[in-house]
Design a protein around this ligand. Structure first.
Ligand code: ADP
Ligand code: ZN
Length: 724
């Protein structure tokens, strides 16, 4: 038989598919090792066929890998085909989504452990008097039976090796699966569902539509509904996929999932090592685990017979991939749901305008949960007019109202969350004499001062520069720190409340294996009083002791020149406010703004999603913005400025040609610099268009695939959530 094998998928940007000879029992989707240019490289069987165009004597034979199962199941292969065709990317790129990195590179580490057991009773051993460790090890094994060599070696170094030489012990190797959640504990608190929750579960199970939108205010018990749906599937022997924004995999959430589903759940999150991820993935592939839980990439989980797919916080921007293939998680989830004949449940307190429109028009089912569990009230939102604060001589980052509430909260022994969507100490460093602004050498952006490291950092490439003592342009020494970041907030808070225990959570404090997990755990264990953070603290967390939330700069996201900035502001405020008062105690929120009359803020403080939606959708309709049209950005990037410009020209002329043939389908179309002209030494240009008819999308993808070269990357983004 002949196998079409895709090789080198770990690094290749192109498809390298070759014919090989294979055994008759080789299956599609399985892993092989293929002779290639004098080496053997890992590959995957994409297709089995009878004949090859290549002359027989030139065909080489692949070596099968002894896996119990092909790495990629039939459904995933079919899905990969669809994604490849939809986004016009090489198969190799798509396949990467379906395989853990260790498997792609062929470096699967099977974790094994050595065990020793005695072959000879101690009394029959001939040990020299000085070999104390051998005697110790022998006694240990006699007493405890077969034991982990590493453990015994710790107690009696070299003991086992000595015994083995004499033939007194046998050493065996056994495979162990890493258990990343050994230390995660939680109670399995299965709750009786409220009437609202029961009704939601009923509807989701019986409504005929594939997509079910669960629109429930924060704290309305959506999580409990998801868990019930998953448990029902498990009972029927079906598998489930549960997607959350990465950051929602909080300590409590992990504990809850572990307690509820034990080893039936494979929880994939960024805190896991590559080996641990691989093991979790493999447990899903073999069917040992039936529930895949994780961020957007978990939509590619190697499951069969899926009973439900859940996307929590469906409006979250993390569901759009920003690397090729730039897939949309919803589209992939929909394909899988259709194929498995199961429901796709989208949950949010603030659904995206696009999703809500489709639900309102009846394409999706719409389920509302209007109250918090046990009728707990939503927190009261107090607006602080910062213009007035300035007039009253308050130039600090905190309004009088916020300070007052903070004091009350702290003295009552409760916890507070302060939200500011800007990390670092100050946003920019400006020379007061000449106006010079410190900028990154590799990117076209200003640098942020970080006080803890006393350096300037680029938030786009991570580069660090030493802090300036004088202006490099004019030599002036009057440098001003403009714009407040989270570090500065913490410093000022600590001055105001010297005894308060303050935690900071942003991109700078959450790197490393445990990342945000540790910070959230500390806060959940009430080892801190105030949590200061960027938008990563807004999502999904359930801290019962939090009774105060401060939103320090509610206007910040309003002023982006992006059609979604109002929507994002509304979502952010609702989400952050939703962290307050989730248990018995009533919560409060202080919202600081320079624009208290702003209608988006007004809707948000009244928790009026419907009002906001109606207002927003009519604006979008009037301005012909999505969801009434589609914004398509073609991003052309490369290190060589000339070649990148040539790439841009090629794309532009191809688009122009398409435009001239289909002018009625375009509302707008132009080429320009991307808002940030350079990131990590790569020049960035874009062709921006707004289209009213998506039937030309395949042609746009095709012309971009055509223009892509080794040096110039051309990518297509539909309604991009990040327009930098
Ligand atoms: P959401 O995901 O909608 O924001 P959660 O699922 O986090 O809401 O629920 C909010 C709080 O209510 C949580 O503390 C949760 O433990 C609790 N809760 C949810 N459902 C029930 C129930 N049926 N009975 C008692 N408490 C519940
Ligand atoms: Zn940079």
């Amino acid at each position: 038989m002949i196998a079409e094998v895709i090789v080198d998928i770990a690094t290749s940007e192109t498809d390298r598919i070759f014919d090989y000879l294979c055994d008759g029992d080789t299956v599609v989707g399985s892993r092989v090792r293929a002779p290639f240019g004098g080496k053997t490289v890992p590959g995957f069987v994409m297709k089995i066929k009878e004949k090859s165009e290549v002359p027989f004597e030139k065909l080489k034979k692949v070596i099968p890998c002894p896996d119990e199962l092909p790495a990629i199941n039939g459904e995933c292969l079919a899905l990969a085909e669809k994604i490849t065709a939809r986004y016009r990317v090489p198969k190799a790129l798509t396949l990467r989504l379906f395989l853990p990195s260790e498997m792609r590179t062929g470096k699967v580490r099977e974790l094994t452990r050595n065990y020793a057991e005695l072959l000879v009773p101690i009394l029959e051993m001939k040990l020299s008097k000085t070999a104390k460790n051998q005697a110790g090890a022998a006694e240990y094994l006699a007493k405890n039976g077969k034991s982990d060599c590493a453990l015994v070696n710790n107690l009696f170094p070299g003991g086992i090796a000595g015994l083995e030489k004499k033939g007194y012990v046998k050493i065996t190797q056994e495979q162990i699966l890493r258990d990343p959640y050994k230390s995660v504990e939680g109670e399995n608190a299965v709750r009786t569902l409220t009437d609202d929750q029961n009704r939601a579960v009923q509807t989701i199970q019986t409504d005929a539509r594939t997509v079910q939108l669960l629109h429930g205010v924060t704290g309305s018990g959506k999580t409990e509904i998801y868990l019930t749906l998953i448990a029902k599937c498990l009972k029927e022997g079906k598998s489930s996929i549960f997607l959350v924004p990465e950051i929602s995999l909080t300590p409590q959430m992990l504990a809850q999932l572990r307690a509820r589903f034990g080893k039936n759940a494979a929880i994939l999150h960024s805190g896991l090592s590559a080996g641990e991820r691989f093991d979790e993935w493999w447990r899903l592939r073999t069917g040992e685990a039936k529930i895949a839980i994780g961020a957007r990439s978990a939509i590619f989980a190697p499951l069969e017979n899926i009973g439900v797919i859940i996307v929590d916080e469906e409006h979250d921007s993390s569901y759009a991939s920003e690397t090729a293939p730039r897939y949309n998680t919803f589209d992939v989830a929909y394909l899988r749901a259709k194929r498995n004949g199961c429901k796709l449940v989208l949950g949010s307190a603030t659904p995206s305008v696009e999703t809500y429109k489709r639900a309102k028009e009846g394409e999706f089912s719409l389920i509302r949960l209007e109250k918090r569990v046990n009728e707990r009230p939503l927190p009261e939102i107090i607006i602080s007019d910062m213009r007035r604060e300035v007039r009253r001589g308050n130039n600090s980052a905190f309004s009088f109202a916020l300070k007052e509430e903070l004091e009350k909260c702290l003295s009552a022994g409760k916890q507070a969350i302060l939200f500011l969507n800007r990390r670092g100490y100050s946003q920019t460093v400006i020379c007061k004499e000449c106006g010079y602004v410190a900028k990154c050498e590799a990117c076209d952006v200003s640098l942020t001062y970080h006080r803890d490291e006393d350096c300037l950092k680029c938030h786009y490439c991570g580069a660090k520069y030493s802090m300036l003592s004088a202006c490099p342009e004019c030599g002036g020494i009057k440098l001003s720190y403009a714009g407040t970041g989270t570090q500065r907030i913490v410093a000022e808070l600590q001055k105001l409340y010297p005894t308060a225990r303050i935690l900071r959570m942003d991109n700078d404090t959450t790197s490393g294996k445990e990342g945000h997990y540790k910070i959230l755990k500390t806060f959940a264990d009430k080892k801190a009083d105030i949590l200061v953070g960027t938008q990563m603290i807004a999502k999904g967390h359930d801290f019962p002791s939090v009774t105060l939330v401060g939103i320090l700069d509610a206007d910040m996201s309003l002023h982006f020149s992006d059609y979604r900035s109002r929507e994002r502001t509304f979502q952010l405020i609702t989400q952050v406010a939703g962290r307050s008062g989730r248990a018995e105690e009533k919560g409060k929120v202080v919202l600081q703004t320079f624009d208290p009359e702003n209608e988006v803020l007004r809707f948000a403080t009244r928790y009026d999603y419907l009002g906001f939606y109606e207002n927003e959708i009519s604006l979008r309709a009037a301005m012909l913005f999505p969801p009434f049209t589609k914004i398509v950005r073609i991003l052309v990037t490369g290190e060589d400025e000339k070649k990148t410009l040539e790439g841009l020209k090629e794309v532009y002329f191809a688009m122009k040609e398409l435009y001239e043939r289909n002018a009625e389908k375009f509302l707008f179309f132009d080429k320009m610099h991307a808002p940030i002209k350079r990131i990590q030494n790569k020049y960035r240009y874009q062709v921006l268009s707004r289209i009213s008819d998506t039937s030309i999308l395949p042609e746009i993808y095709a012309l971009c695939a055509e223009a892509r070269t080794r040096e110039v990357l051309v990518s297509v983004e539909e309604n991009p959530s990040n327009l930098s």
